[in-house]
Design a protein around this ligand. Structure first.
Ligand SMILES: Nc1ncnc2c1ncn2[C@@H]1O[C@H](COP(=O)(O)OP(=O)(O)OP(=O)(O)O)[C@@H](O)[C@H]1O
Ligand SMILES: [K+]
Ligand SMILES: [Mg+2]
Length: 702
């Protein structure tokens, strides 16, 4: 009997589940209408100068709005003007400018909206939980969960909400973690292993009872951190964003200088330019489109990652994904399906099928890994049976370092199975003999991309177990896409060289490292970084923590250990290592969107310059410059400003969704961008401004 088979196991998270379905679930939980209503209000709150000043370009527009408001009330404020009806014209400019600022605020508020709604949903799961605090003498006192301290012990029973993050010290129970993972299948929690013993505040226990030691101080739990993250409390500008903000601010200053000196030039050709027109010209020229959408683009990037059920600890992490050059991936479970099952036994060394089945069975009675269990089942099918009391045997657990596992039998013999080289080493220390047919069997399995496990009893080799694994369908295409984006993929595996090379070839990775130890992960990352590359990796175990910290982008699995999660800058709630590929794509898309809209914005401003300047100087017999044939100065200024304001809300969906993303290299993307967003950015305003000019002339506004 397999003693381990009697304990129920937590359901393994399925890795092939469609992200779209989960995506849909998240969408439905958040009400879009609510987001927009809230954003309308928040856009006004953001007019507060303290907040507004953080965006220099839009702040300049805001100051401009106040100036035009002043000249609406008193047109002669800065000297006598000769226009007719300056109140109406200045008033219209004021309204348009106000909306320009408001639209930019609205864009940011909409981008933040989903996070805020998500935070509310999370907060509701936190609500006022009552904790049953357990004292050393066994007494139980009910206290509010918020007053629990790190180190306290609590008791929970079926139906209770777990009051805070902690570690199971006693009991065994199923827990519904859907509040944080969205995964409805209950998870078994019990003391011992890192993964199964950690519980999260806000999740619900649905069977039996547990005693939990609290590991988080009040307000510092997983849900608290998640709330802070999705709410953007910890969202600070990323280095790229700061650089772009500075660039835009400098550009704005240059235009400010140009506009301030303009009246002197105008005077020279004997034209008077009013203050309202100067402000309008300034606003038209400075990069308001990108200035207004910049932060929305960044927030939306984090949000897109969140919709994939990945929690990013900072916008910087998402952005870093966009710059990633090298992806370090595990073989088993990431590139392959990972449910390696025993397909067959290959006896060597003159042994029979019965003999190898027996030793494989004995070596697997305590092995809880999917591999171990499948070996056990296969051996049983071949009629192998245990002929000793398992209680008197000792388990030797698998570790990635020893690459083997097994059982010490009551009669003192040691049954082992593991990587062929590891078993060869084991046999050598017991003065055993290597057999030539072992290598043939091992190569045969490896050539098929399978994992060969050698089986031995003390110094005697019995044969090879063939563990079959399948390369994930479609993974090759994903790697091709990554290559086109200029990302190199490196597969890392503890498996032998032949298997690794067969799988690497089949999956289409650029490079691989076989027989890798956990330390090798770090050295691979360091080597790439020394070459100036940015590296992303996924990991789940404690021994992945240093590598996750070393990588520029480290994505920890939610099922992984606390150490791994803390070292990473992202946590995947679905524990799907393939998601790294999606995350890198989102990061790239974020950078491309920002680049595209910056190009578009600046190209637009050039077009606006040609719309306004000629009409300003039209009176000075420079009619030839008025290529757009706009009606008059006022209509030209108003049309350009209206276009300038409206382009912001028009581009909000693009800023939030990201530009159409195709896997291309940086160079190809640049060319494509310049063509679409640069050329489009020059042409679009000419057409739009002309149309608006025709319209406002038709309704007699100018
Ligand atoms: N349960 C087990 N018992 C004995 N040996 C095992 C067991 N599981 C794996 N092995 C052997 O140890 C080797 C290393 O395992 P490890 O988990 O480090 O790497 P891997 O699963 O092959 O690849 P990856 O690093 O992609 O997960 C495996 O290739 C296999 O030969
Ligand atoms: K502008
Ligand atoms: Mg493994």
């Amino acid at each position: 009997m397999n003693p381990a088979a009697t304990t129920p196991k937590p359901p393994k998270p399925s890795r092939s589940r469609s992200n779209d379905r989960r995506h849909a679930r998240k969408q439905s939980r958040i009400n879009t209408r609510g987001i927009y209503l809230r954003a309308i209000k928040d856009a006004f709150v953001k007019l507060n100068p303290k907040q507004a000043v953080k965006n220099p370009v839009m702040f300049l527009v805001w100051v401009g709005t106040l100036i035009t408001l002043a000249v609406t009330i008193e047109p002669n404020l800065f000297g006598p003007v000769t226009e007719d009806n300056p109140h109406l014209f200045n008033g219209m400019i004021t309204v348009i400018l106000f909306f320009t600022v408001w639209f930019a605020n609205f864009a940011e508020a909409v981008a933040e909206g989903r996070g805020k709604a998500q935070a509310d949903a999370l907060r509701s799961t936190k609500s006022e939980t009552i904790a049953k605090k357990l004292f050393p003498d066994g007494a139980i006192t009910e206290i509010p969960a918020t007053s629990l301290q790190k180190g306290d012990t609590v008791y929970v029973v079926a139906g209770d909400t777990i009051p805070a993050d902690g570690e199971v010290v006693m009991g065994s129970a199923s827990v519904d973690e859907s509040a944080i993972t969205g995964e409805s299948a209950p998870v078994l929690k019990e003391p011992g292993s890192d993964v199964a013993s950690s519980v999260t505040g806000g999740t619900r226990i649905i069977s039996d009872e547990l005693i939990i030691r609290i590991t988080a101080d009040p307000g510092k739990g997983f849900i608290d951190r998640m709330i802070a993250l999705v709410e953007g409390a910890e969202r600070s500008k990323t280095p790229n964003e700061i650089a772009l903000t500075v660039l835009l601010a400098v550009l704005s200053l240059v235009f400010l200088f140009v506009v301030v000196t303009l009246p002197f030039i105008a005077q020279y050709v004997q034209i008077q330019v009013s203050v309202a027109v100067l402000v309008a010209l300034l606003v038209a020229l400075i990069p308001t489109t990108i200035g207004g959408l910049l932060s929305a683009i960044g927030i939306a990037g984090m949000d897109r990652v969140a919709q994939f059920n990945v929690i990013a600890t900072s916008g910087r992490a998402v952005e870093a994904c966009g710059d990633v050059n090298t992806l370090v991936l595990d073989k088993t479970g990431t590139i392959t399906l990972g449910n390696r099952l025993a397909e067959g036994f290959i006896p060597v060394n003159g042994h029979s099928m019965e003999e190898i089945a027996y030793v494989a069975l004995v070596a697997s009675i305590f092995d809880e890994t999917p591999e171990g269990k499948s070996i056990f089942r296969l051996a049983e099918k071949l009629a192998a049976r245990i002929d000793f009391d398992p209680q008197k045997a000792e388990a030797v657990e698998f570790s990635a370092r020893t690459r083997m596992s097994g059982t010490n039998l009551p009669n003192g013999k040691q049954a082992r199975k593991g990587a062929v080289n590891a078993i060869k080493g084991f046999v050598r220390t017991r003065n055993g003999q290597e057999t030539p047919d072992l290598d043939a069997a091992y190569e045969m399995v490896s050539q098929q991309g399978g994992t060969p496990l050698a089986v031995c009893l003390d110094g005697e080799i019995y044969g090879v177990i063939y563990l079959k694994d399948i390369v994930k369908p479609g993974i090759r295409d994903r790697f091709d896409q990554l290559r086109r984006m200029g990302v190199r993929t490196v597969m890392l595996t503890g498996d032998n060289h032949i298997t690794a090379s067969v799988i690497a070839k089949e999956a289409g990775v650029d490079d691989f490292i076989a027989e890798a130890t956990p330390e090798d992960k770090i050295s691979v990352i360091q080597r790439e970084q020394e070459k100036g590359k940015l590296v992303a990796m996924t990991g789940d175990g404690t021994n992945d923590a240093p590598a996750l910290a070393q990588a520029n982008v480290g994505v920890a699995m939610n099922t992984g250990t606390q150490a791994a999660k803390e070292a990473a800058n992202m946590v995947d709630l679905d524990s799907d290592p393939t998601k790294l590929i999606d995350i890198v794509s989102i990061g790239k898309q974020l950078l491309i969107t920002r680049g595209a809209l910056t190009t578009f914005s600046i190209a637009n401003d050039i077009a606006k310059y040609f719309a306004i300047i000629p009409v300003l100087f039209a009176a000075a017999n420079l009619q030839g410059l008025n290529i757009m044939k706009l009606t008059n100065t006022n209509s030209a200024v108003l049309s350009a400003l209206i276009y300038n304001a409206l382009i912001i809300p028009i581009l909000i969906p693009l800023a939030l969704k990201g530009v159409n993303f195709r896997p291309l290299t940086a160079n190809q993307l640049l060319q494509r961008n310049i063509l679409i967003y640069g050329l489009g950015g020059v042409i679009a305003p000419f057409i739009a401004i002309k149309l608006i000019d025709l319209m406002i002339t038709a309704i007699g506004l100018a």
